[in-house]
Design a protein around this ligand. Structure first.
Ligand SMILES: C[S@@+](CC[C@H](N)C(=O)[O-])C[C@H]1O[C@@H](n2cnc3c(N)ncnc32)[C@H](O)[C@@H]1O
Length: 220
């Protein structure tokens, strides 16, 4: 289980990180259903970590997207992992190994700066960009507009800067009208920061025994 000493938290659910990704981040954003109608779909993520959410999203998109569609995935990461640590974490799911190997092959020896990976794959190209550094500085400067956001910092009590009012305002400013966000957290102050940023926030049942999670939609 990948664990951060710096933040005192695990990278994903100890129960099943893949299932958590499907329930919280894909399901919470209405995916993969929205992929079926999209010629180009843009996802933003706070916290790239091991790349599990990216790989799982890529697999779901490949199954659902129309021929020729493009998946664009922007993620923000303060401490990009070394290749070996990423490979070790993703090896927990042998069924993901094809895509995990492609990610590892494209991963730089010294990750940092802006990591850009391009995968030519069926049903169409996948463009991954990881903006390395504090999300609170990188996001406002990068000018992306996403259809859906994965809010996946460490627990809000341990990593409050990833859930600040200011950063969630930047997320809203980087979301298309009618776009969505999802997180495993149901902390009251996170939900209030999302609402103050302009999202209509709703509680949904959480993953693996967690009572609640949160999803948001940005008014059109
Ligand atoms: C829960 S993990 C993300 C797990 C990841 N989505 C995955 O699929 O493995 C949280 C991530 O947020 C990153 N992080 C923490 N604070 C950050 C900040 N201020 N800016 C950008 N990334 C940050 C951590 O380094 C860590 O990789």
């Amino acid at each position: 289980m990948p664990y951060s000493e710096a933040f005192g938290d695990f990278y994903y659910s100890r129960a099943d990180g893949r299932a958590e990704c499907r329930h919280v981040f894909l399901g919470g954003n209405g995916l993969p259903e929205r992929f079926e109608k999209s010629a180009r779909f843009i996802i933003g993520e706070l916290g790239f970590g091991t790349g599990l959410n990216f790989i799982e999203t890529w697999a779901a998109w490949a199954d659902a997207a129309p021929q020729g569609a493009v998946l664009v995935f922007h993620s923000f990461e303060l401490h990009p992992l070394e290749r070996a640590a990423m490979v070790r974490a993703l090896s927990a799911w042998p069924e993901l190994c094809g895509r995990a190997e492609m990610l590892a092959a494209a991963w730089p020896d010294r990750p940092g700066g802006e990591i850009v990976c391009h995968f030519d794959h069926q049903p169409g190209p996948v463009e991954l960009t990881i903006h390395c550094g504090p999300a609170q500085q990188k996001l406002p400067a990068c000018g992306i507009i996403a259809d859906a956001w994965y809010l996946d910092g460490f627990a809000p009590s341990r990593n409050p800067e990833m859930w600040s009012a200011e950063l969630l305002r930047a997320v809203a400013a980087s979301t298309t009208a009618g776009g969505t966000c999802a997180t495993y957290s149901a902390a009251g102050w996170v939900r209030r920061n999302l609402a103050a940023a302009g999202f209509s926030v709703e509680k949904r049942p959480g993953h693996a025994g967690k009572r609640d999670m949160s999803v948001g939609i940005l008014a059109r």
